[in-house]
Design a protein around this ligand. Structure first.
Ligand code: ADP
Ligand code: MG
Length: 187
């Protein structure tokens, strides 16, 4: 799996397994029932926080919790809702991890994803279009982490040796948004 390989290069190789474990547990919890988008995001947040170790568990957990709150009481999520949700996720990640762009973390994927979703919302596009644009921007953001030197998280221990590798967390962010886009197209 790509995430495991990427995390093996500049981390400890657990990121793919961490994500797999967390989201498998979240799907199982959701099968027990969640009514609204806010509920779904909250259940995912709680499950990630309690089942995923490492840096990514608390970071993604906070991201999903803030995303849920950012939606307010809206029951239908449009492109502006997608932008609000991604904005909430990014705020949560920054509040917890204190990283800014250019530090070779998932912030380098969520930041362009937010801009892309906002652009679609302003142009009057749909929620699915906003999610696809966000996932594409996140993937480009993840690829742009290759020449960066990591200054946060485990990869920062490598110093200059972190250069030349794609950040696993930024990559999983792109996958997550792509999965959300695919799922929203079906609904
Ligand atoms: P660990 O590093 O504890 O093994 P994971 O492998 O699950 O945790 O996740 C690593 C990912 O977490 C990195 O690729 C990076 O994107 C993200 N990350 C690490 N520290 C931070 C931080 N302070 N802010 C934002 N993202 C971070
Ligand atoms: Mg790791």
């Amino acid at each position: 799996m790509l995430l495991i390989e990427l995390d093996r290069q500049i981390g400890d190789g657990d990121h793919g397994a961490n994500m797999d474990k967390g989201f498998t547990a979240a799907v199982a919890k959701l099968e027990a029932g969640a009514e609204t988008v806010q509920d779904v995001l909250k259940v995912v947040a709680q499950t990630l926080m309690s089942t995923v170790g490492g840096a990514a568990g608390p970071l993604y957990g906070t991201a999903f919790l803030r995303a849920s709150k950012a939606l307010g009481d809206d029951t239908e999520v449009d492109a502006a809702g997608v932008a609000a949700l991604i904005g909430g996720a990014l705020e949560g990640i920054v509040a917890r991890g204190k990283a800014t762009t250019g530090e070779k973390t998932m912030v380098d994927a969520w930041t362009p994803a937010l801009a892309a979703a906002q652009a679609v919302a302003e142009a009057g596009g749909s929620a699915t279009e906003a999610l696809y644009a966000a996932s594409k921007a996140a993937l480009e953001g993840a690829e742009a982490t290759i020449p960066m030197q990591a200054t946060k998280g485990r990869a920062s221990y490598l110093g200059e040796r972190s250069i030349g590798h794609q950040d696993p967390g930024a990559t999983s962010t792109a996958y997550l948004l792509a999965a959300a886009a695919d799922a929203s197209g079906i609904a």
